[in-house]
Structure formats: C-alpha cells, structure tokens
Write a protein that binds this ligand. Sequence first.
Ligand SMILES: [Zn+2]
Length: 240
Amino acid sequence: MIQNLQNIIVDSLLELIAPKHCCLCSDKLYNEVDRKNSYCQSCIENLPEAPNSDFVRERLLQSITADDIAISEIIGLTVYSHELPIHNAIFDFKYHGISKTAYTLGGLLGNKITEYSLHSDFIIPVPIHPAKKRERGYNQAEEIAKGICSVVNIPLIPFALKRTFYTASQTTTTSSAARWENVANIFNVDGTKSLYHDKNVLLVDDVFTTGATTNNCASLLLQHGAKRVDVAVIGITEKQ
Ligand SMILES: [Zn+2]
C-alpha cells in the first residue's frame, strides 16, 4: 500500500518535472499506456502507409539495371516527408541525441515485420562512420534494429558492415546520381564468407530515399554469400 502510494507520488513528480511527449506529434502524454509507449495511439493509427516493394523497385530501376538490384523485399513503417510528424521523430534521433525514439520506432517496425514471412537469419544495421558515431553517441540504425529485436527473435549483428569513408549527410545531397556516387565503395563487410553463406539478412536503416546506401550494402552482403537481403526502414520517401 505504502509502496503503491510512493510510486504514484514519484510518477506525479516526474510528470511535473519531466512531462512525457509523443515522439511524433510532440503533444503531452497523459494516458498511462501512451506514456509507456512514448507515442499517442492516434498518431500510430494515422501513420500513412509506406510505398511498397514494387514502387521501390521502379525507383531503383531509374538509377541501376535490374541485375544490380540487390534488395528483395522492403518494409517501411511509414511514408517519409518533411511535412509529416515522422520527420520530427527522425530528426530527434539523428540530430538531437534522442536514441530512445529510434528504439521506439524500431519496435513498431518490428510489429510490422511480423506480418511478413521473411525468415531472416540476421539483422544487420547500415553503419555510420566511426567518427560520426563518436559525435552522435550511437548509430541510429543500430538503435532501430535493437527496437526490432525487442519484438522479433532474430540475432542482431551490429558490426557486420563497416563504413570506411566519412561522407556528407545524404539529406543535404540533392541529386540522385550524386547520392549513388557518394556511397560507391564506402562499405566493407566484416567477418568470413561462411558467416553469411546461404543466410537471409534483414538490413536496417532509418530512411530510404534513392536506395543507394541500402542497395550498396545489400550487394556487398550478397557478394559475401548471403542468399537474400531484405530491408526494413522507418520511412520511405515517395520521391527520390
Ligand atoms: Zn502523437
């Protein structure tokens, strides 16, 4: 009884000192379930559907040939655009150090992944350069992947891929051709070929725009023996 009362007092004080906000719309959260989730239910119910794999394949064909497409299925939590609340959430974990938002959205993405029959053997996050990781304190794709793993029972290999060059932020690189050029030959695969041989990999990233980054990583994993590479991202843009 006393313990319960203490918990209620502590919760009320925390609410006063540090009120919780929805990671999408930034509204204050009052409902206990919403506070635990870090988002309001209405925001999740109203998340616009992400473009599907066929749509993404057509986009990739604008830049590369069918033979060079290394991604099989792509699963997006939602469509990404600057005008939508998801932009704020992604901005928070990329530039404001709020890694928990990446984990939270990863959990939601994990729920969506369970609707597909991917049979993935590993989850591998798209890497960022070590210097950028030091600066940010974490790799946001890895935090998303951890969120996915909290829902699906698939081993995470955080350091399977390495980024060897520090490149300008893709969000400031406007042309599609420049993005493909930017990421060519900047990734390495760590580990022996036997590790990936005949395995289904689920590659995780934050936003899918041109597909240059994820397709490059997927291609490397296929070269190292992976049987199939699927991709899971928080947001997929409607335009590249
Ligand atoms: Zn909300």
